[in-house]
Design a protein around this ligand. Sequence first.
Ligand code: 1PR
Length: 531
Amino acid sequence: SSSGSVVTLLDYGAGNVRSVRNAIRYLGYEIEDVRTPKDILNADRLIFPGVGAFASAMDVLTKTGMAEALCTHIENDRPFLGICLGLQLLFDSSEENGPVNGLGLIPGVVGRFNSLNGFRVPHIGWNALQIAKDSEILDDIGDRHVYFVHSYRAMPSNDNKEWVSSTCNYGDDFIASIRRGNVHAVQFHPEKSGDVGLSVLRRFLNPKSQGSKKPTQGKASKLAKRVIACLDVRTNDKGDLVVTKGDQYDVREQTKENEVRNLGKPVELAGQYYQDGADEVSFLNITGFRDFPLGDLPMLQVLRHTSENVFVPLTVGGGIRDFTDANGRYYSSLEVASEYFRSGADKISIGSDAVYAAEEYIKTKVKTGKSSLEQISKVYGNQAVVVSIDPRRVYVQGPNDVQFKTIRVPKPGPNGEEYAWYQCTVNGGREGRSIGAYELAKVVEELGAGEILLNCIDCDGQGKGFDIDLIKLISDAVSIPVIASSGAGAVEHFSEVFMKTNASAALAAGIFHRKESVKAHLLKEGIEVRI
Ligand code: 1PR
């Protein structure tokens, strides 16, 4: 193509590249999809957002002849931008289900992060970069954070020194970007890195018009603590999809009409939270457990529209499970999740169905691979699967009164009880189950969850602070990231949860509906956040 406003996209169909498409379109470019290796050879500007697993991506690229075309494109120094796996595939090989050979353009082996010393794997979240050399596309970054989500990484060495344009520190210094001539690749996700990420894409798409700046040297950073805005979504009695907010999970107004509390429209509110600096946005379809989520097309629409303008990660939860509709058609949870991913979700969140899967696993000690959790994380990777826990505090006299992990409570229960356990619930807190939050967390980590969203029914909507004991218990029990949720009522509650527990992120709903500025406070308290 001769038009300067067209960009060629290599999407080999292994997963969701919708957000990359959205970002390119948002910047005013048209997309031409690669269909044959020839399209790669003819491309003026090629973007390659690698998704899925290394081995299967290499398989597809080799079988279709695209691997060879890619090597030619890159060796001829044609404009190229690889993203995430699109960076890793350029290396000699990867240890992901391997060793597996890569394209072999850059010396080095892609290996897994090790989760020693408290570095949780996957590496999920916002980090700043250390710029190693002039890369042009990173000129606007300075010490601002960009979004990573991966378990594997390439390491800088003497052999690949000439390629490395920036590194990032997460336990080790790994390669955050490479550049040689017109060939670029980034380990982070520019399409999910807010306005800074968009500027990386803009500089790649139109290098001349951006002007070159001396890149400001970023300072080394820790993984930033994430602040997540949550929108509880459901259909109200009039049939409109609304953002609502419960009080200990009760979302109905205490009025005669008893209507569903209506805080506004999901797409608008999500857009506003993005503008206000939320690091992620989560949608929870809170009645998904009883309605079939794919029948709930409005939710898919919400995702489609939101992802056109919101360039941070989006999570969607509610109703993810196997389902047979009224006509007897069976949908697997994987199909449900795939539909969410296709509509713009980066992660899906499983509540009730994860509890059933954990119960089954504890009972049988067999991993069937059939649960929604196992199936979805196998296909999309565990970084795409969040398990949402809805526990309720249950007081007991002593730790031997129940078979579940208890904690000593700072304030005794109503009958002077000094201990409590946290009972998992299903169906939006309506039904208590015979499993504790601690036991559940450990099991879902084993079954493939990449992250835990830890709610607490007792604290939800109360504005009195997070349940620090619960969050400490769970974030110390697992090595995947834990998102603290429920109870934030003041900015101090966020610094408290980050100082006293190992939570990687804090999620809230009510406080954002009231528009308080959490980030400024955290920064003042010396906590690393993305601004
Ligand atoms: O069980 O897979 O269908 O998933 C249902 C999902 O919907 C779960 O993630 C569950 O947590 C959520 N959910 C179900 N019912 C409710 C309800 O409120 N009636 N909401 C509900 C969960 C908890 C958080 C809330 C925080 C922060 N809400 O989303 O946003 O508690 O609130 P706050 O900052 O105002 O205190 P499945």
